[in-house]
Design a protein. Structure first.
Lengths: 409, 233
């Protein structure tokens, strides 16, 4: 079946029937090409969605104080809840096995000056572990450390764009900037993948901020990072545990939805991933539809090819071609064409995807790609079904009596 | 060479069946050149198709070169056709995308003859029919007579026991017809058994024996003095 002679016969047939070869080849190549590109775009869509979350750590639960809406244990409703340093310590001691790190955050907006330059920036007073939560990348100098917190030092880490605005090309490290009337020494410059806004911020020790604000111990928000190995279920459990704990400590009615807000990144991430998954399913569905259309296309062509060749097959049979050799002639030809053109389509599709990169980022498609096994699997699927589609008419053709086939004009 | 006894064949045409061959008894010796004659509908082509294993008989027996031809499956029939029989058709039936030489070599391909030997043999037979220099031409570049000569070369290439020709001159003018008959006579002179279906008396006269069919039975079977086609060429 696979002798050199057979192949030679098939190649000759292919060469001498260029239009037929082109038509069936084109169908297959196009089918695979569209499949690969669509599937790749689906992946690109998923990439974009995960990138939304990538600029921050994903094991974060953020607590925001609110205002009670129900009276509880003698307290009136409408009471404003505040966090303070003791809450940090209490969470640390009560949930040690869940916790990776914890950091407060106190946000203030204010005028920041350096020599003649000034601008309004948001200043975040935080603990050193905030760097991990926000995925802050230090470009120059260093981030805040434990000593800054303990010493309540007036040190600041500024964003890349803050540096650009205030210092131009000058090295800001060691320079002093004026934040709302206090002089802070710049100890580092950072960048952040979260976009321009995230790079127009200034980080200072939270203890320093509390000292400036009349030595208070109040905190705006508490950011809790759980151990990633806890997974989604663990995150939900911790979320619930901390919520109950804080509500109890602050005398908030357990049913009061407004006293305390908790944002769990894991939850949002899961929802987004689900949405991306659904989107990919839809794209995948369309892609599979394309493959099916390709299979139907190749089947049609095979039926046509066999019809067109009926007389030739009759001649061959009169000359001594066995049914087996008739089937194998047709099948090998079709498999050969689908294989060659299928892989051509696949390679062109992959080439298109890899040349795309970030070009369609505005259309929510980032780095589209397709896994090789998926691409090859789809191609093989088309080849197999192409062969199957060819087998049925080929078998029928092999069964036609040569006398009938010869009469066919 | 060929032994046919009490051969019956009918075709189903919807609800009624058409009895085409109604008990044919017929034998052919080696080296004979037989013309099967008859008007259209007499069953002559059906007889040839059964002889050529292109069609199956309903009743009776058919022995070809000592081999009983019955209950053949497709594969076996194909092998027998390839081994025993060469076909020449009225409409030539060359494969139009293959050159003259490739067409002649095709039965040898199915005999699993090696490529080189195939080409040599094909060229040899093309030379015999006087078309060696046309070996690389496609059928549509050849005249009708040339096409039929290629078809004869193809039928001969497999070195069959019997050459079956169905109206081989039916699509040709008389001059070309005589050229083709001249070729067939020469092949017969070499000892090959040939059966020709025709309705043209002058073609039949160029054979050594004429079998007349009418309404599915043989009404006449006579040996004749062969008219040589060469004198008309």
């Amino acid at each position: 079946m696979f002798s050199r002679d057979n192949w030679k016969e098939i190649f000759e047939t292919i060469q001498k029937n260029k239009l037929r070869t082109f038509l069936s080849g084109f169908t297959v190549a196009l089918g695979i090409l569209i499949f690969v590109v669509l599937f790749g775009f689906g992946n690109g869509l998923k990439n974009t969605f995960s990138k939304f979350f990538e600029d921050d750590a994903q094991n974060i639960i953020t607590l925001f104080p609110g205002q009670t809406s129900k009276p509880y244990k003698g307290y009136k409703s409408g009471r404003r809840i505040e966090f303070d340093n003791s809450d940090l310590e209490d969470i640390k001691t009560n949930f040690p096995i869940f916790l990776e790190y914890i950091t407060p955050r106190i946000s203030r907006n204010g005028m920041v000056k350096y020599k003649n330059e000034s601008n309004n920036y948001s200043t975040r007073a935080v603990a050193p572990s905030h760097q991990i939560a926000e995925k802050t990348i230090i470009m120059e100098g260093r981030y805040l450390n434990v000593n800054d917190i303990k010493g309540k030092s007036k040190t600041a880490v500024i964003g890349r764009l803050v540096q650009k605005d205030l210092f131009g090309n000058k090295n800001p490290i060691g320079e002093y900037i004026d934040i709302a009337g206090s002089a802070f020494k710049v100890i580092g410059v950072y960048q952040d993948e979260g976009g321009d806004d995230e790079e127009r911020r200034i980080y200072i020790p939270y203890t320093t901020r509390q000292l400036i604000e009349k030595n208070t111990d109040k905190i705006d928000q508490i950011i809790v990072a759980f151990r990633p190995e806890l997974g989604y279920a663990g995150a939900l459990a911790l979320d619930k545990g901390i919520t109950e704990f804080i509500k109890k400590k602050k005398y908030i009615d357990p049913d009061d939805q407004n006293g305390l807000y908790v944002r769990n990144v894991a939850e949002g991430l899961k929802q987004t991933q689900q949405m991306a998954f659904v989107l990919q399913m839809i794209v995948g569905f369309v892609a599979i539809g394309t493959i099916i259309a390709g299979i139907i296309g190749i089947s049609n062509i095979m039926v046509f090819v066999v019809k067109e060749r009926t007389k030739e097959l009759g001649i061959r049979k009169a000359l001594g071609a066995t049914p087996k050799s008739v089937i194998s002639t047709i099948l090998l030809e079709s498999v050969f064409i689908t294989t060659v053109f299928g892989f051509i389509g696949m390679i062109i599709g992959i080439a298109i995807l890899s040349s795309m990169g970030d070009k369609l980022k505005d259309r929510f498609i980032t780095d589209p790609y397709i896994d090789m096994p998926v691409a090859i699997g789809a191609t093989v699927l088309l080849i197999v079904f192409g062969a199957l589609a060819g087998y049925i008419p080929a078998k029928r053709a092999a069964r036609i009596k040569p006398i009938v086939a010869l009469r066919d004009e | 060479m060929i032994e046919i006894k009490d051969l019956h064949k009918s075709y189903k045409m919807g609800s009624n069946s058409l009895h085409v061959l109604k008990g044919i008894n017929f034998s052919v010796e080696e080296g004979e050149l037989v013309a099967i004659m008859g008007s259209s509908g007499s069953g002559k082509s059906t007889l040839l198709n059964i002889l050529g294993m292109l069609d199956e008989l309903d009743e009776g027996s058919y022995v070809l070169d000592g081999v009983p031809i019955k209950n053949l499956n497709e594969t076996k029939a194909a092998n027998y056709r390839n081994k025993f029989l060469g076909f020449v058709f009225q409409s030539f039936n060359l494969i139009n995308y293959k050159s003259a030489m490739e067409n002649v070599a095709l039965p040898l391909y199915y005999q699993k003859v090696g490529r080189k030997e195939r080409q040599e043999k094909a060229l040899k037979y093309l030379e015999q029919v006087g078309l060696k220099e046309w070996a690389t031409h496609l059928p549509n570049e050849l005249s009708g007579g040339q096409k039929q000569r290629v078809a004869i070369a193809r039928a001969m290439a497999a070195e069959p026991k019997v050459l079956l020709a169905d109206e081989p001159t039916g699509a040709l003018d008389s001059k070309t017809s005589y050229e083709v008959m001249d070729l067939i006579q020469k092949i017969n002179d070499q000892g090959n058994t040939i059966l020709i279906v025709t309705h043209e008396p002058d073609i039949a006269d160029m054979c050594k024996r004429i079998v007349h069919l009418k309404d599915g039975v043989i009404i006449e079977d006579k040996k004749v003095e062969q008219v040589r086609a060469a004198q008309y060429v």
